[in-house]
Design a protein around this ligand. Structure first.
Ligand code: GNR
Ligand code: NI
Length: 188
């Protein structure tokens, strides 16, 4: 197992379309396991391979809630095969867009078809946070971030702030200053 570095926007790799995997082999399973460890460490409730610089259609999720104790989910080549007409708005965050949150409107329920960690085809019907998170992760595989679902004005403001924060971090590191703590109020 290994922790992988998480890319943050703006980064051209986060805008690319990821390639399907031919099969869930040992290499893909290793990627899934490393991604899960990285996601728990972050911490987050989902992670897509392009966020760790691997342009493969692989995602992992773990929505640990009282009502949905699904445990970790490993998915290769996930596809939305059904989406509800009903929409829902959720305040989303993203490990690749640190410290920014926006309401995003998406279908309330989706059914996803995917290959599990054993390479077996599965269908999963989801609602609530799991449905939102699945759509957020599958978006990553198509180079789409949650900020692409909000107004260009808000998106550009966030991207500008992310660039500024990155430059300040690089400057602080060059001067040997300690890393800033994350905002516990909004820890994912
Ligand atoms: O940890 C995460 N939390 C979250 C909250 C609301 C909607 C989506 C997410 S996914 C995010 C982790 C992440 O960036 N996955 O790509
Ligand atoms: Ni994300």
């Amino acid at each position: 197992m290994a922790l992988l570095p998480i890319l943050t926007a703006p980064d051209p790799r986060l805008k690319k379309k990821s390639k399907p995997v031919d099969q869930v082999d040992a290499e893909v399973r290793q990627l899934m396991d490393d991604m899960l460890e990285t996601m728990y460490d972050a911490p987050g409730i989902g992670l897509a391979a392009p966020q760790v610089g691997v342009l493969k259609r692989v995602i992992v999720l773990d929505i640990d809630r009282e009502d949905t104790k699904t445990g970790p989910l490993f998915m290769a080549n996930p596809e939305i095969i059904e989406a509800s007409d009903e929409d829902v708005s959720y305040e989303e965050g993203c490990l690749s867009v640190p410290e920014h949150y926006s309401d995003v409107v998406r279908p309330a329920k989706v059914t996803v078809r995917y290959l599990d960690r054993d390479g077996k085809s599965q269908d999963l019907a989801a609602e609530g946070l799991l449905a939102t998170c699945l759509q957020h992760e599958i978006d990553h595989l198509d180079g789409v971030l949650f900020i692409d679902h909000i107004s260009a004005l808000k998106r550009n403001m966030i991207l500008r702030k992310l660039l500024k924060a990155r430059k300040e971090k690089e400057r602080d590191e060059a001067e040997g200053k300690p890393a800033k703590a994350q905002d516990p109020e909004h820890a994912l």
